[in-house]
Design a protein around this ligand. Structure first.
Ligand code: ATP
Ligand code: MG
Length: 308
């Protein structure tokens, strides 16, 4: 079956519309990549209307649940989804929504915060490699090793805590890190890990509105951190760092999706459909039993039936 055929069919929607939505934000080659070409408020309005999108969201949650079961049963591939974004872009909500139908036993979510002493005593990939998804599992990284070419690049003073030998901390450091990440993701792909990277692309104005909502609504106060406002002042530097990271590491085997994130429902839709497409491309199947295993099932069945 073609990727996305199931979800498209259930809504009477041409499959190519879903493909087109993904093609608009999928980066597999950084050569001509520019963030300014990606509108954070895009909702692919010409492709479907809002009620269709709601139905599509529900269908994609269901489909993902089935695919995850197949992934687990087949036990060959694993899937790693990396989420990166400015604060308040909706990483948590997107992860929660997209994974809402999936068996929790098949999913491992890891959130990467400011590194601690043990992390800092190792190479920068270390803490992420320890929690990579096993075969058959879905791993979700809420932030990741990309922080090493984002927040650390925007605030290079953070490097001091990493205690790199000075002769290795030269001007080429960021290029080397990006190269290391690209190589690492190539390695993962060759090991049977599907790597999908999502940049939730929120506009500065939408971030302002969401921060204000966090300040105004008591049940959102806990989400606000004064550090978020401090980082907002570095908006331009972050955009440049994101642009360079995406350009250097977008590849067919480890695509970036620049997800328009000003409208949460649309971000959820793009992420859900992208994961479904990637899993369906694998053509997952339940494992087939060998003849002698079938015979054992038959035996077990006879035994149970004879007890009645
Ligand atoms: P939320 O705010 O929604 O709870 P969050 O992912 O923003 O989630 P925080 O605890 O607010 O979590 O922030 C984590 C912080 O850790 C971010 O500012 C991020 O840039 C920082 N961080 C993550 N990885 C690294 C790293 N390798 N080096 C330095 N800082 C990092
Ligand atoms: Mg935060």
């Amino acid at each position: 079956m073609h990727p996305l055929a199931d979800v498209a069919e259930s809504l009477n929607l041409p499959r190519r519309q879903l493909r087109r939505m993904l093609d608009g934000c999928r980066i597999t080659d950084g050569k001509n990549f520019a963030l300014k070409d990606h509108d954070p408020a895009d909702t692919a309005g010409h492709l479907f209307d809002h009620p269709q999108a709601d139905a599509l969201l529900a269908a994609s949650v269901q489909r993902l649940s089935t695919l995850q079961e197949l992934l687990y049963a087949q036990d060959r591939w694993s899937l790693l989804c990396i989420f990166q974004a400015m604060d308040a872009a909706g990483k948590d909500g997107t992860i929660k929504h997209v994974m809402s139908g999936v068996n929790p036993q098949g999913v491992q979510v890891s959130s990467f915060k400011v590194p601690g002493p043990e992390d800092l005593a190792h190479d920068f990939l270390w803490r992420c490699t320890r929690v990579l998804p096993e075969r058959g599992r879905i791993g979700i990284f809420n932030r990741s090793y990309y922080e090493e070419v984002l927040v650390v690049r925007v605030h290079p003073e953070l490097l001091e805590r990493q205690r790199l030998p000075p002769e290795l901390a030269g001007k080429k450091l960021w290029d080397h890190r990006l190269e290391a990440i690209a190589d690492f993701e190539g390695y993962l792909a060759r090991q049977g890990t599907i790597v999908l990277k999502f940049f939730l692309n929120i506009s500065k104005e939408e971030q302002r509105k969401r921060f204000l909502a966090r300040l105004e609504q008591p049940n959102k106060n806990w989400k606000f951190s004064p550090a978020d406002i401090r980082e907002r002042a570095f908006w331009g530097d972050y955009q440049t760092a994101f642009e360079q990271a995406i350009a250097a590491t977008g590849a067919p085997h480890a695509p970036w999706f620049v997800v328009p994130a000003d409208h949460k429902w649309f971000a959820h839709l793009v992420v859900g459909v992208a994961i479904i497409e990637a899993l369906e491309t694998l053509d997952l199947k339940y494992p087939e039993l060998a003849a002698e295993e079938h015979a054992k099932l038959q035996e077990a069945r006879q035994q149970l039936e004879s007890e009645a």
